[in-house]
Design a protein around this ligand. Sequence first.
Ligand SMILES: *[C@@H]1O[C@H](CO)[C@@H](O)[C@H](O)[C@H]1NC(C)=O
Ligand SMILES: *[C@@H]1O[C@H](CO)[C@@H](O)[C@H](O)[C@H]1NC(C)=O
Ligand SMILES: *[C@@H]1O[C@H](CO)[C@@H](O)[C@H](O)[C@H]1NC(C)=O
Ligand SMILES: *[C@@H]1O[C@H](CO)[C@@H](O)[C@H](O)[C@H]1NC(C)=O
Ligand SMILES: *[C@@H]1O[C@H](CO)[C@@H](O)[C@H](O)[C@H]1NC(C)=O
Length: 848
Amino acid sequence: MPEGNTRSMTGGGATHRAAACAFIILVLAIYGVENVHAADTTAISVGRPLSGDQHRLVSPGGKFALGFFQPAGGVAGSWYVGIWYNNISVQTPVWVANRLRPVSDPATSRLAIAPDGNLVLFDGRTGSTVWSTEANITADVRNGTVAVLLDTGNLVLALASDASGSAAVLWQSFDHIGDTWLPGGKLRRDKRTGAIQGMVSWRARGDPAPGMYALQLDPDGAPQYVLLWNGTREYWITGNWTGRIFADAPEVAASSGSSGYTFKFVDNDDESYFTYNFADNSTVYRFVTDASGQVKGWFWVEATQAWNLVYAEPKARCAVPRVCGAFGVCSEGASTACDCARGFSPRIPPNWGQGDYTGGCVRNVELQCGKNSSGGGGAAAGSRKAKMDRFLEMDGMRLPDDGRVAGATSSGDCKNACLLNCSCSAYAFNGSCVLWHGDLLNLQDSLGGTAGRLYLRLAASELPGARSHSKWRITVIAVSAASIVVLVVTASVLVVRATRRRWIRARIQGLSAGDGRVISFKYRDLQSITRNFSDKLGGGAFGSVFRGELSSCTAVAVKKLEGLRQGEKQFRAEVSTLGTVQHVNLIRLLGFCSDGGDRKLLVYEYMPNGSLDRHLFRAMPPSYSLSWAARYRIALGVAKGLAYLHYKCRDCIIHCDVKPENILLDAAFAPKVADFGLAKLVGRDFSRVLTTMRGTIGYLAPEWISGEAITPKADVFSYGMTLFEIVSGRRNAEHGAFESAAAASGTDHTTTTFFPVTVARMLAESAEEGDDVTAFLDPELEGNANASELRRVCKVACWCIQDGVDARPTMAEVVQVLEGVTDVETPPVPRYLQVLAGRAMHASDTCV
Ligand SMILES: *[C@@H]1O[C@H](CO)[C@@H](O)[C@H](O)[C@H]1NC(C)=O
Ligand SMILES: *[C@@H]1O[C@H](CO)[C@@H](O)[C@H](O)[C@H]1NC(C)=O
Ligand SMILES: *[C@@H]1O[C@H](CO)[C@@H](O)[C@H](O)[C@H]1NC(C)=O
Ligand SMILES: *[C@@H]1O[C@H](CO)[C@@H](O)[C@H](O)[C@H]1NC(C)=O
Ligand SMILES: *[C@@H]1O[C@H](CO)[C@@H](O)[C@H](O)[C@H]1NC(C)=O
């Protein structure tokens, strides 16, 4: 991506900056080009084409640039004309002109106004036009068209007509969205032509050609949008827009809460569309339907120089058709969506590493069957050779959906039916026999007992116990000899391991509080402790967590870190710092493992009661629910833990990801905050923190989005959001039940959409110590709560979520209030939330 000086072009005069409407920009673009940096231009007009990889069209405010570029991960020598953010260090194309037909040489290619008035891309090597705006332009104005780039990222082809006329837009890139929907753009349905304009993903990372995934308005005209695979198969749907939220995807409304954007649906005789915009035009945000089939919302955070993921749908990544490609296996909850089935490896490893799995996997070893086609087609010959292939049993699988039922009536016959056909790649038998041929798509694992059992065909050498017919005798001898050796070796390894395990156990038990030492584990120790990582406890943002056992009474949690960018030395330094962080409300780090390469693991104490979200949000048996007293203790404990992190330990640690998932409960339901310090460890790649997605947006302080410096007060904000959920037993974004509760209690706040707003308003309006806050209490508790404690928690929560960093209390102050040492005044309703409520009403007024 060419890095040019963008400031110089605005130096042309204050007029440029003040230019607000497209027309003035157009006029200036034509007549005010003298002061522009040599490589930059403000307009493409007749006789002034754009050519070469240094030449760019830049928007008046310098926010966007257009030019020739090569996408990261693309084929060398494939050049595209695209629009990207001019001031952002990470190459981020938002629109591509010639998605299907790259040019090979930017120096000889030209983006120019053609004789017919259209903007076209001309490939000098082949002498052909590879792309055109294809607008219908009448002959008399053809000489007068110019193309300019606006500060919204919209490329506009218009008439630079005489001063009295208005600039007629002939074509604009906002009417031809690519994979990115920018603020001000429209997801649109043209009611006259029936044409639908949505986002269409890239085919793969580095390949802008239209891919299989598209997000668009409901073709049937309902006020909702859908994600489609291959133009027909719906795999996610927002539910109807109510004027405030989408019925089945309420996060959009919630996200407008913390980021200050308007999101609306417009429906008139000509068109219906969704559009959104930010109150603050310096916000850098984009929605992208990416090659993974998810629609994602990204904020640019200046402070970290990185894109922050704040929204992603569908949350169930495995719901995306073919997300893992052929022979890829999707699993929900793991930190990476896809793995290759055993015996397979990623077809395009670089893409796989960058989260594009759709390329799928290829066999490590070709099947024997069909390998030698000269052997004649006889069934006997076929079956003899086919014996060289074997089957891997895979349990808990979602079966691929294009299987063919065969006549076999037993599992053995079914297996033989598959073996006899060289194209058969798997079978399943559940009473009837189902065979799959060729690529296996849409595999998903870890679904538990109710799901299917699949037998995957592999070359015999890929499975243990492989043997070849011709070498049968030698094998027998070799195996017998080897077994003896193996027996001896295994026995000694077992002895060594047992000894080492005892030693580790002794060391862990010997770790005295306060000395801050952490144990350095060997990878194979952790493998054995966790039984080769077989008991997965969960998949957090930084990696998966497995249960390990040092003995029947000493369990540990082993976290496999992913996406670490730090070197060995830094990692060890960071880990020993974390080892010194010891507080009764913080998870204790016991040890780590780093083999010098990519494998880095952390060993923590094990918390038998899991994370708080499981207790707050999951459907539990009715008799089971955290009591008010337990919730209060948890709220206080978490506050103490965070206060310690912020002020008491050697270096201030900002958690950055406070939410119920990161609050663990010990056997006595005492809370311990988990995952602290990891944001620092993982460093810039912080967006991974947010990839757990579920409701994360609801915990993000506004400064995350505005790009201000992140202070401990960002944690205070997230803590406040968590408090509301502890009170209500529900995600803040899933507030529906409370509207009726509020209405029933006589407080008419049904216009607000966000639970914290409802609470804040009620507190502000009822200065009296009424008991009406119980309306917001988790219905599970049936009103059993200490009213003054409840009120106190609500007040603290409201103070914590104030938009001004200074208005929020410190965690130490929160502790004091919850302990009853000090009292708090009635909090004001957070301003941005008020704005949100107002906007929501406004939006519902304008919608049909
Ligand atoms: C457009 O420009 C060309 C050359 O500059 C000229 O020959 C032609 O007459 C012009 N056409 C119109 C409609 O002005
Ligand atoms: C996509 O849909 C078209 C028809 O709309 C069909 O011909 C094609 O086979 C589909 N592609 C795949 C991979 O199923
Ligand atoms: C953004 O807002 C500022 C202040 O309101 C204004 O001066 C500027 O022109 C705006 N920029 C754009 C691109 O609209
Ligand atoms: C294929 O089979 C033929 C006869 O069955 C044999 O002569 C030949 O060596 C085989 N080739 C391979 C590559 O296995
Ligand atoms: C077996 O699986 C096939 C394909 O998934 C399904 O159509 C069939 O109903 C299943 N039969 C039984 C008995 O579960």
